[in-house]
Design a protein around this ligand. Structure first.
Ligand code: BGC
Length: 728
């Protein structure tokens, strides 16, 4: 007991000491910043607030103030771009590790992996001499059509918050700033530069802002990127409510607000509503070729003139420069900053591990998977996605990996006894094929060839889904239909007709319609997995790794079953000017649950090669006060013959309420790894204040007293036990 209190005391003192030391350091840096600001001319200060090239801002040479260099994010450090155009600069030393897309990371439900992801990508950014990594993205998955969902962390604000914090903290441990994006309400790509989003305060605070708030308050993110769209009539990049009142006011954000590229639209708003650094392509229709076009940026000459005229106070630019200098002291000016590393074995291992844990087994009739490597069998790997590069395309997250193992390559390397044969089946454009260019690009011949190949095989693995082309999983616009394109539905039934032993690897960053589901015996959601894609896929297909990923968003059966689409065009994509988030707080599974619309695959769902049960579920008490924490305890049991991991999930709902409620919301989860036959008791703690809803009449959070129901299970639609508790 004495030892214990001594330890506690020691922890307390070292914590207070560390906090005190941090305060002293902050004070010293603030003093330095003040003295630097006093030495700068107005012109020099303004020059620090906007781009000087596509991905850098000016320093002040005479004072030794460095430039700031940035790079996309969020799945790897992007190849070098030219100074003044979007062309690649053509360097030969800028290839990197491509990590899996963030949807895959979210599907791992493993915050420790998120920390490893952040650490590794941060090391690569440092090696490439970047000060700011433009990611991660936390825009909530509202519609399966959003071309950019693959860059985000799914449909649930709690999951996104839990996953984004370790990513950011570990990027920043490298003295590289993370830049969380796109703040806020950039939930579709279609019309992203102009659309005005109308959404309730509740949905804003309960659904769309929590992951940003966690990034600021729990991860202390050093930069945040504005979004292209408008909200309540004003551009979000320099928004009075979003950037000024909430971000810099209520949340006390002390970092730098960076515009998205050309998302600023107005000097006065940018100046006073908190945009600190304007990046882009050219403004006022001046395009990219006008010389010195950066001078025309809203935070360039017009900003300088407005200060000189007295329309804007100089203290406004001083605040921006202070933040920018603070960012420098955290990154490029940090003593002993280190050099980072790139393409190390450790980074490749992290990429593979995230991929393995994020892959989701969606269907496994008669244990189709895993597929054993046996002499005498032939496996046909069919489909363009078996060989297509998925790090090329997609927009700003496009990567130049040192290598990218395709699904076909990974399977070939893993299967030594079975014979692996391949046919493409269809093509969507020859330029991005990964090494393999078919002898004919005639669609009919490709189809016939694939069917003949499937006939010869004992097992057919169809590798289909979407790709990173425009109007698929790609920045800049949305998908135009919920179905798989390129006639894949028909193709799957043709394959099934010639070979009953058909399984599918679904390569997407989004949900797709699955009317073909009964034609495949097994289905694995493989996401976009980066450098180690094929290895991770082969690990799971072969059973070397037992899948443990869970869906971070719902797969509706029909597009109309999704809340955003239920309300028609005004809700998505809007009328060209405005859109109304009519489903309000009922996003994703909240909609399916509350409206009793069964999804094809539910949020939190994912199968395993073993069977788990969750038992002995209890809470520490039945009645709680507002300051309490609910302690849920349960035993997770691996009942099968294979080691594996399961995610215990706790959802909470309130049936009787004075406000609209989702049936239930995720409030806690834990991933547990268990040897076959083993069990483990785990605890999941839920502080009562996390049950608050946003009360619009007082513009604040409030915990409603009364009865709540806890739902404990292994998916939003697989609940083992319900427990009622009271808050009083
Ligand atoms: C994207 C950002 C990206 C930026 C720089 C924009 O078009 O929306 O996410 O960081 O370009 O490439």
């Amino acid at each position: 007991m004495i030892k214990y209190s001594y330890l506690l005391l020691l922890t307390f003192f070292s914590f207070t000491l560390a906090t005190a030391q941090n305060d002293i350091q902050d004070n010293e840096i603030n003093k330095k910043i003040d003295s630097i600001v006093s030495l700068l001319t107005l012109e020099e200060k303004v020059a620090m607030c906007h781009a000087q090239s596509k991905f850098s801002t000016k320093g002040v040479e005479r004072l030794g103030i460095p430039e700031i260099w940035m790079s996309d994010g969020p799945h790897g450090v992007r190849a070098e771009i030219s100074w003044d155009s979007w062309d690649y600069a053509g360097w030969t030393n800028d290839s990197i590790t491509a990590f899996p897309a963030l949807t895959c990371l979210a599907a791992s439900f493993n915050p420790n992996l998120s920390a490893q992801f952040g650490k590794s990508i941060g090391e690569e950014a440092l090696y490439r001499e970047k000060d700011v990594l433009l990611g991660p993205g936390v825009n909530i998955y509202r519609t399966p059509l959003n071309g950019r969902n693959f860059e985000y962390l799914g449909e649930d604000p709690y999951l996104a918050s839990k996953m984004v914090v370790p990513y950011i903290k570990n990027v920043q441990k490298n003295n590289v700033a993370a830049c969380v994006k796109h703040f806020a309400l950039n939930n579709q790509e279609h019309w992203r530069s102009t659309i005005n989003v109308e959404v309730s305060d509740r949905a804003l605070h309960e659904i769309y802002l929590p992951a940003f708030k966690a990034a600021v308050q729990d991860a202390n993110v050093w930069a945040i990127m504005g979004a292209y769209n408008k909200f309540r009539g004003q551009y979000t990049t320099h928004h009075e409510l979003l950037t000024k009142t909430i971000l810099k006011g209520d949340w006390n954000f002390d970092g730098v607000v960076i515009s998205d590229w050309s998302s600023a639209h107005n000097t006065m708003e940018a100046a006073v509503n908190g945009l600190d650094m304007e990046m882009g392509t050219g403004t006022d229709g001046l395009g990219t070729t006008t010389s010195n076009h950066y001078d025309y940026y809203y935070l360039a000459s017009p900003f300088l003139k407005a200060i000189q005229n007295g329309d804007i106070e100089e203290s406004v630019v001083d605040d921006k420069v202070r933040r920018i200098l603070r960012l420098m002291f955290r990154t490029t000016l940090k003593p002993n900053r280190g050099f980072g590393s790139v393409n190390t074995e450790a980074h490749h291992d992290v990429a593979r591990k995230v991929a393995q844990e994020g892959i989701v087994l969606l269907k496994n009739e008669n244990n189709f998977f895993p597929i054993e490597d046996k002499e005498g069998i032939t496996i046909a790997v069919i489909g363009e996605n078996a060989t297509r590069s998925m790090t090329a395309g997609g927009g700003s997250s496009e990567l130049k990996p040192q290598f990218e193992i395709s699904p076909l390559e990974g399977i070939k390397q893993r299967y030594k006894k079975a014979k692996i044969i391949h046919a493409m089946g269809y093509h969507t454009g020859p330029s991005v094929y990964d090494n393999i260019i078919p002898s004919t690009l005639n669609q009919d011949s490709l189809r016939v060839q694939a069917i003949e190949t499937a006939k010869k095989a004992d097992i057919v693995l169809y590798v289909g889904g979407l790709n990173k082309s425009h109007l698929q999983d790609c920045e800049g616009d949305d998908r135009q239909s919920y179905e798989l394109s390129y006639n894949q539905e028909e193709f799957i039934s043709e394959l099934k007709a010639v070979n009953q032993n058909l399984g599918m690897l679904l390569v997407t960053g989004n949900a797709v319609e699955t009317p073909w589901l009964s034609n495949v015996n097994g289905l694995i959601q493989t996401w976009y997995l980066g450098s180690m894609a094929g290895h991770a896929i082969a690990d799971v297909v072969s059973g070397d790794v037992n899948p443990s990923g869970k869906l971070p968003f719902s797969f509706p059966k029909k597009l109309k079953d999704n809340g955003a689409h239920f309300y028609g065009e005004l809700s998505y994509p809007g009328d060209g000017t405005n859109q109304y988030y009519k489903e309000d707080i009922l996003v994703g599974y909240r909609w399916h649950d509350t409206k009793k619309i069964e999804p094809e695959f539910a949020f939190g769902y994912g199968l395993s090669y073993t069977n788990f049960s969750i038992s002995d579920i209890s809470t520490d008490k039945k009645k709680y006060s507002l300051e309490d924490t609910i302690k849920v305890s349960c035993s997770v049991n691996n009942l099968g013959n294979t080691d594996g991991s399961e995610v215990a999930q706790v959802y909470i709902g309130k049936q009787k309420s004075k406000v609209k409620r989702a049936l239930k919301e995720l409030k806690g989860f834990k991933k547990v790894t268990l040897k076959k036959g083993d069990s483990k008791t785990i605890n999941i703690n839920i502080p009562i204040n996390t049950l608050a809803y946003y009360n619009e009449s007082i513009s604040d959070w409030e915990v409603e007293k009364g009865e709540y129901t806890l739902y404990i299970g292994n998916a939003s639609n697989s609940i083992t036990k319900k427990i009622k508790v009271r808050i009083q």
